[in-house]
Structure formats: C-alpha cells, structure tokens
Write a protein that binds this ligand. Structure first.
Ligand code: SF4
Length: 185
C-alpha cells in the first residue's frame, strides 16, 4: 500500500512545548502502525534519534505550543520544509496546559517561581550556557506563529482520531475532523 499517487508519504512528527502525551497517543495506534509503515516513511520524529529535520516532508504532526526561542526557530524551519503542517493536540491548537504560565507574568518571574521559590533544595536559576532556551514572553499556539493546514484536537487526541487523520493524509486529503472528533480535552 502506498499514498494516493503510489508514492510513499514522507511523514514527520515534532514535539515542541508539550508533555509528550500526544506522542504516547500516537503509539496507541498499536498494530495500525504496521499499516502506517506500508504507505509512509516516518522521516523525523522524537520517537527515534534523527538529528536534522529533512527537506520536502509531505505532512508533519506538531505536538505542543511555542514556548521558547528554540521552539520558535524550529517551527519556522519545519514550516518551510513541510507541505502540510498539522496542529497535533490541544497545546498546539490552543496553548492549553503549556500556556497556563501566561497569566503568571514575564519569563523571569516564571523562572524565579519555578527554580527558587518552589525549590526544595538548592534554589538557583539554571545558569550554565545554553542549558535552557530563553523563554518567549508568551506561550503561543502554532497558528499564531506559522500557517497551520489542519487541526487534531484532544489532550491527548485519541488514537482513532489520529488514525482518521493519517488515513486522510494517505488518501491525499487534509484531515477534516467533525462531530465527536473536534472535542477538546
Ligand atoms: S495536548 Fe495534552 S497530551 Fe498533548 S502535549 Fe498538551 S498536555 Fe500533553
């Protein structure tokens, strides 16, 4: 089995500011992952150790919101190199859990609260060079930063919702969910 035009689909998944729960749900596709392997090459994903995001990706599922400068730089590269970019899960779609920090204040306030006020031992801001990417002033959902082609809501999206979306991509269509499949949470 291959994609609609007989070509194997180049599929990627990306993990930004999220908890990885959306990727765990992806793994809940269980034996359907073998069917996925019949029509798609997974060319980049945090589930394996690929260092560089490739060129000419057909579709990418992006988990998580844009929370720091590394996320921002990476999502722009992903956008540039991907035909279809799909918001994968509520953090990507709305900010959700990742954006809970927004009302708490500026990045320094957040870091002081996390690493000093709430520390049980050794209260101290991380200060080794490059150990922590600078936080953005606000956490943003993907569509506030780059063009998004489709959305898969859910925290995490259930596996059958992910499967429907991947079947659409296999058939050369953007996922267009409806009914129960557009529920958040
Ligand atoms: S949508 Fe839910 S499961 Fe997915 S990254 Fe956000 S908090 Fe985790």
């Amino acid at each position: 089995m291959t994609g609609r035009n007989g070509d194997r689909i180049k599929l990627a998944t990306v993990w930004l500011g999220g908890c990885s729960g959306c990727h765990m749900s992806f793994l809940d596709l269980d034996e359907w992952l073998f069917e996925l392997a019949m029509f798609a090459d997974v060319v980049f994903t945090p589930l394996v150790d690929i260092k560089e995001y490739p060129e000419h990706v057909d579709a990418v599922l992006v988990e998580g919101a844009v929370a720091n400068e590394d996320n921002l730089e990476f999502i722009r590269l992903v956008r540039e190199r991907s035909k279809w970019l799909i918001s994968f899960g509520d953090c990507a779609v709305t900010g959700n859990v990742t954006a809970l920090r927004n009302p708490l204040g500026d990045p320094l306030t957040i870091l002081e609260r996390s690493y000093i006020e709430l520390a049980d031992v050794n209260p101290r801001l991380p200060d080794e060079p490059d150990i922590l990417p600078p936080l953005l002033d606000r956490v943003e959902p993907l569509h506030r930063v780059v063009h998004v082609d489709a959305y898969i809501p859910g925290c995490p999206p259930p596996a059958d919702r992910i499967r429907k979306s991947l079947e659409a991509i296999r058939d050369g269509r953007l996922p267009k969910l409806e009914g129960q499949d557009i529920q958040f949470g």
